[in-house]
Design a protein around this ligand. Structure first.
Ligand SMILES: O=C(O)CCC(=O)C(=O)O
Ligand SMILES: [Fe+2]
Length: 310
């Protein structure tokens, strides 16, 4: 240790002489330090400011599940049901009696999530929004293109079979069935009385500036109001918060503060769709965030079949 200290002093001295030769004006002692020190300080300051910019949100009160946590069994958070359900017909075995939200990493494997992420990448690379948020709906065929949407099945015809395979659709179906199972088990429902409903879509979000309202994914909303038929919403994340993208956390906006879920590839987050689960997605600051929205209704009139190749 003493040897090291002596070496540093020597180099500081040399630098001091050099500076004195360059300018006769006395400099504050800070500026006499070696440029390496300045650089490290500057990087440190930028790092702290950057970290604060992306992570400091005075409204955030609690993180329900962190990205680096692995929850094999659903982590369940019960909340009181809103009165929304009183305005709808009740379906025994399905309509929420207990409301809440839950998160599990034990339903979809990391490998399956990556296969689905590649599927989303292939599909969305055919077009995509001009703004920061693109969707691909395998059921209706809707794909963001520029400032609007096209129907992939009509627009690309038979060629779509070069992009998606039967295996891709089988994986979607298997994952959908498992998610349905875990929602039924968690909320004490009869899975045969819940139905997949639309829209069900892959989303790709990056930090680009929004061009149309379709790109404005960050607004607080209630899924039952936004989508009508939803009774249970699930989100399957296909990329990792903090690794693949920054910002983009899911935020439950409760009366007593915000509660966040950090996306993790293979993580399923699900919740009753009424106003007890008002939520938003933080703006994505960097990188690309992939997810799938898969939702269920109790009303068979709003049921849709699993997506399939035409
Ligand atoms: O991608 C997310 O985390 C949430 C998306 C969402 O709120 C929705 O699709 O309604
Ligand atoms: Fe939503």
């Amino acid at each position: 240790m003493p040897i090291q200290r002596r070496t540093i002093l020597k180099s500081t001295d040399r630098k001091g002489i050099h500076l004195q030769l360059q300018s006769a004006t006395p400099q504050p002692s800070f500026w006499k330090r070696p440029p390496g020190y300045l650089l490290v300080t500057a990087i440190g300051v930028c790092g702290v400011v950057g970290w604060l910019y992306f992570n400091f949100d005075s409204e955030i009160t609690e993180t329900l599940v962190r990205q680096d946590e692995v929850v094999q069994q659903p982590k369940i958070f019960t909340v009181q049901c809103s009165e929304d359900y009183d305005n709808y017909k009740r379906y025994p075995g399905c309509t929420p009696q207990t409301c809440g939200r839950a998160v599990t990493d034990g339903v979809v494997t990391h490998e399956e999530a990556l296969v689905l992420q590649r599927l989303a990448e292939r599909g969305l690379s055919l077009a995509g929004s001009d703004g920061g948020a693109s969707i691909l709906d395998l059921h209706s065929g809707a794909l963001s293109m520029g400032k609007q949407f096209v129907n992939i099945y009509r627009y690309f015809g038979e060629q779509i079979k070069d992009v998606f395979s039967e295996d891709d659709f089988q994986l979607y179906r298997a994952v959908r069935a498992r998610i349905q199972g875990v929602i039924a088990e968690t909320f004490g429902l009869d899975p045969s009385r819940m139905y997949l409903t639309k829209p069900t879509f892959f989303s790709r979000i990056n930090g680009s500036v929004a061009r149309t309202t379709h790109d404005e994914y960050w607004h607080p909303h209630i899924d039952k109001v936004t989508y009508g038929s939803f009774d249970y919403t699930s989100l399957l994340y296909l990329s990792d918060y903090g690794r693949d993208f920054g910002g983009g956390r899911f935020v439950f906006m409760d009366a007593d503060g915000n509660r966040t879920v950090e996306p993790r590839a293979g993580r399923v987050s699900f919740f009753s769709s009424g106003s007890e689960n008002l939520h938003r997605v933080e703006k994505v600051g960097w990188g690309t965030r992939f997810a799938i929205t898969v939702s269920f209704t109790c009303d068979q009139a709003h049921a849709i079949a699993d997506p399939s190749l035409p």
